[in-house]
Design a binder for this molecule. Structure first.
Ligand SMILES: NC(=O)c1ccc[n+]([C@@H]2O[C@H](COP(=O)([O-])OP(=O)(O)OC[C@H]3O[C@@H](n4cnc5c(N)ncnc54)[C@H](OP(=O)(O)O)[C@@H]3O)[C@@H](O)[C@H]2O)c1
Length: 222
C-alpha cells in the first residue's frame, strides 16, 4: 500500500520503518527534507533511517500526503495542524488519516498538561479542520515500539483503541493493525472517544516514570 506519514521523528521512523519492512511503499514527510543529518526528537537522523530502509523515501509533508493512499499523522500535538496544513487539505481529502498525535503541552515542564481535553480533543480538532479526511485515532496510548510489535508486552495480550466517524476507515485501519499482530482492537465509536484516549496520557506518563520503561500496555478485561 502507498502510505504517507506526516512526521519524521521517533514515531514516524518506527512505524514507517516497520511498514517498509512489510513491503509498503512509504514516504515520510518533514518541513525540510534537505536536513537529513539532524537528529529528529527521540528518533535518529533521517539519513540513518533511509540507510536502514532503502525503499523508503523522505519528502515534504505535501509530497508525503500526495503519495499516500493511507496517511498517518505522527507529528507533535502542538504542530499537528500546521504540519497537516502544509500537507495540504486537497491531499488529505477522501483519505484515511490515522492520528497518533497527543495534545501534550510541555510549556510548564514535566509532567505535561493537555492543551485540549474534556469536551474536545486533538483528533476532533484535526477532523474539524480537515473535514474531508477520514480521521481514525489509534496508537496514541502506547510507546512506538509497541505500536509495531504488540508481542513486546505480555505476548501481545492487551488492548488497542480505535475511534473515528467513518466505519469504512476504521475497518481499513483495523485490517492494517491485524497485519502487525494486533488482536484486541477495541472500537470505541465516533471520534469523540479521542477525548478519553488522549486523556489517558497523564496516567501513561506517570506509569512510564514509575515503571521506568515505556514497554507496558493497557488491557481492558471484560
Ligand atoms: N514517542 C512515542 O513513543 C509516542 C507514543 C504515542 C504517541 N506519540 C505521539 O506521536 C507524535 C509524534 O511523536 P514523536 O515522539 O515521534 O515526535 P515529536 O517530537 O512529538 O514530533 C516531531 C514531529 O512533529 C513535527 N512538528 C513539530 N512542530 C511542528 C510544527 N510547528 N509544524 C509542523 N510540524 C511540526 C516535526 O516535523 P519536522 O520533521 O518538520 O521537524 C516532526 O515530524 C506526538 O504527538 C506524540 O505525542 C508518541
Amino acid at each position: 500500500m502507498k502510505i504517507g506519514i506526516i512526521g519524521s521523528a521517533h514515531v514516524a521512523q518506527t512505524v514507517g520503518g516497520k511498514l517498509v519492512q512489510m513491503g509498503h511503499d512509504v514516504v515520510l514527510g518533514t518541513r525540510d527534507p534537505s536536513k537529513l543529518d539532524n537528529k529528529k526528537g527521540g528518533g535518529g537522523t533521517l539519513r540513518d533511517w533511509l540507510g536502514a530502509h532503502p525503499s523508503g523515501r523522505v519528502a515534504t509533508n505535501a509530497e508525503a500526503a500526495a503519495h499516500g493512499d493511507l496517511l498517518i499523522n505522527a507529528t507533535n500535538g502542538d504542530g499537528a495542524i500546521n504540519a497537516l496544513t502544509l500537507a495540504g487539505a486537497q491531499n488529505l481529502a477522501g483519505k484515511v488519516l490515522i492520528d497518533i498525535s497527543n495534545p501534550l503541552d510541555f510549556s510548564k515542564g514535566m509532567p505535561p498538561t493537555l492543551f485540549v481535553k474534556d469536551s474536545d480533543s486533538l483528533g476532533e480538532l484535526i477532523q474539524r479542520t480537515f473535514p474531508d479526511a477520514k480521521v481514525v485515532k489509534t496508537w496514541n496510548t502506547m510507546t512506538a515500539d509497541v505500536m509495531i510489535n504488540p508481542a513486546l508486552v505480555h505476548h501481545g495480550d492487551h488492548t488497542i483503541f480505535v475511534c473515528g466517524n467513518d466505519e469504512g476507515a476504521k475497518s481499513a485501519v483495523s485490517d492494517l493493525l491485524k497485519t502487525l499482530g494486533w488482536h484486541d482492537i477495541l472500537d470505541l465509536g465516533d471520534l469523540t472517544a479521542a477525548r478519553g484516549t488522549e486523556m489517558l496520557l497523564p496516567i501513561w506518563i506517570r506509569l512510564w516514570g514509575t515503571l521506568r520503561t515505556g514497554n507496558f500496555q493497557f488491557k481492558i478485561v471484560r
